[in-house]
Design a protein around this ligand. Sequence first.
Ligand SMILES: [Zn+2]
Ligand SMILES: [Zn+2]
Length: 119
Amino acid sequence: MSPIPAWDDLMVNLGLEPSAPRRQPASRPGAITKCGTAAGWDRHRRRNEPPCDPCREAKNAARLKARRARGVTPLKIAECGTAAGAHRHWRYGEPVCEPCRAARAEASRAQRAKRKASS
Ligand SMILES: [Zn+2]
Ligand SMILES: [Zn+2]
């Protein structure tokens, strides 16, 4: 009369780990997401809060990374002191720096002059 094998023995016989403890999920629901992460940014949005600076930066970095992963990164970062630089500031929600502001004003002035000349 053979004894009924214990569950653990059965698992070992099957090549499985005996009664492996359930692993805790990496992020439990209700775990507080830290600021300065894209998840923190999402949390702010869910709570209808304005995202704080570290979260916004983290989200921007994550967006940039995602964009880069899709292969749509610009060939080079627009330099300051150019209209493209001003556009970059605007896109990233940064305050436009003085050289960029001047360059943009200059560019729009030139464009206006060109339009005037052609009409
Ligand atoms: Zn935050
Ligand atoms: Zn600039």
